[in-house]
Design a protein around this ligand. Sequence first.
Ligand SMILES: *[C@@H]1O[C@H](CO)[C@@H](O)[C@H](O)[C@H]1NC(C)=O
Ligand SMILES: *[C@@H]1O[C@H](CO)[C@@H](O)[C@H](O)[C@H]1NC(C)=O
Ligand SMILES: *[C@@H]1O[C@H](CO)[C@@H](O)[C@H](O)[C@H]1NC(C)=O
Length: 407
Amino acid sequence: MHRHIGLTAFPVKHLPFAVCLPWLIVLAVKSDNGVVSRLEDLLKLDMAPFTDKIIAEYIWIGGTGIDIRSKSRTISRPVEYPSELPKWNYDGSSTGQAPGEDSEVILYPQAVFKDPFRGGNNILVICDSYTPSGEPIPTNKRCRAAQIFSDQKVIDEVPWYGIEQEYTLLQTNVKWPLGWPVGGYPGPQGPYYCAVGADKSFGRDISDAHYKACLYAGINISGTNGEVMPGQWEYQVGPSVGIEAGDHIWCSRYILERITEQAGVILSLDPKPIEGDWNGAGCHTNFSTKSMREEGGYEVIKKAILNLSLRHMDHISAYGEGNERRLTGKHETANINTFSWTEPEAGIADRRCLGVVVDDLGYLEDRRPASNMDPYVVTSLLAETTILWQPSLEAEARAAKELQLQV
Ligand SMILES: *[C@@H]1O[C@H](CO)[C@@H](O)[C@H](O)[C@H]1NC(C)=O
Ligand SMILES: *[C@@H]1O[C@H](CO)[C@@H](O)[C@H](O)[C@H]1NC(C)=O
Ligand SMILES: *[C@@H]1O[C@H](CO)[C@@H](O)[C@H](O)[C@H]1NC(C)=O
């Protein structure tokens, strides 16, 4: 049977699947004898008239803290909430998550999205991982984040997040950005940001297929654009509230991995995929609390800035592996070692080179997180530092002086 199924590399600009949503179709199969269309017919089968059963894809974060794993199971009827779903298990020794003897890890369903790949009533289920005795395993960052977000002080502040996820597409065999000549470089940055045209924009169908698939799934995706480095893209998710911001970003990353898998293109979340005069990839995080959005909010934001400056290194160490290669003070970034920020009307020539940018509209933009950050960690740390954490009076006074900030 497999002899009839050859893998075909489609040039990315000809990817046919964008038109096929919500049931993205396997496209890497080619044959002369109708295997393709018979497989497509089966993949598109609508099960609903024949059975109540649905397929749930359980998704979790693997041992590196950035790899995504998933497997499927049958559920007896359509469900809406994670509480209706059973726990499940996996073998942690195969995902780098079994430090002890017992390699059994338990998956707790936490968030449900519609499955844009299988369509119908089928679902994607974001899970987190526990030992059989109910302890979160070390790579489970969601559990701690959920604790912070269930603190009454945090709940009362209704923390909003807008997250800009940047990513780079790589050619499969050579691991070199899409659209770049193999072994060489494209012309310098300038024409590629938000560009159109075959010589400037590479991978649009992937970005577009992802956009529609995310909307179908129920993710609060709010836009996409081509980035400064050719082969690099961005999408924005938000506004989302509390722990849901992390669930939405992880689900959107899962969908992107699946689409790039189908397209035969590699997804890279490396913060600086190409050394030299090429932009890195970040995950700028907009953050706002209820009191920042209300009258007098600007004073609250300034207090938050003070707290953020005092915990700069704690934040940096939680903002993504390899971020020091990106936060150099060049290519629209701040220097990793110093906290920098600006007020809305400060008239600073290039606000893009600052760590945190404050807006008059009641929020701040943390530009430090890298593209491979864990959104559970970043969103909950922002809430903790600005809503729960109390600096000592001395530290506060020192920081206020350093930042020349009156609070
Ligand atoms: C975040 O804030 C910046 C600066 O105000 C804005 O340009 C951007 O659209 C916002 N992004 C999201 C996802 O909210
Ligand atoms: C998605 O965005 C809408 C506003 O557009 C907001 O009301 C809703 O709470 C958001 N959903 C989540 C899960 O945060
Ligand atoms: C830091 O955050 C806490 C909690 O919101 C707040 O009470 C405090 O005033 C903030 N620190 C400073 C220096 O303003």
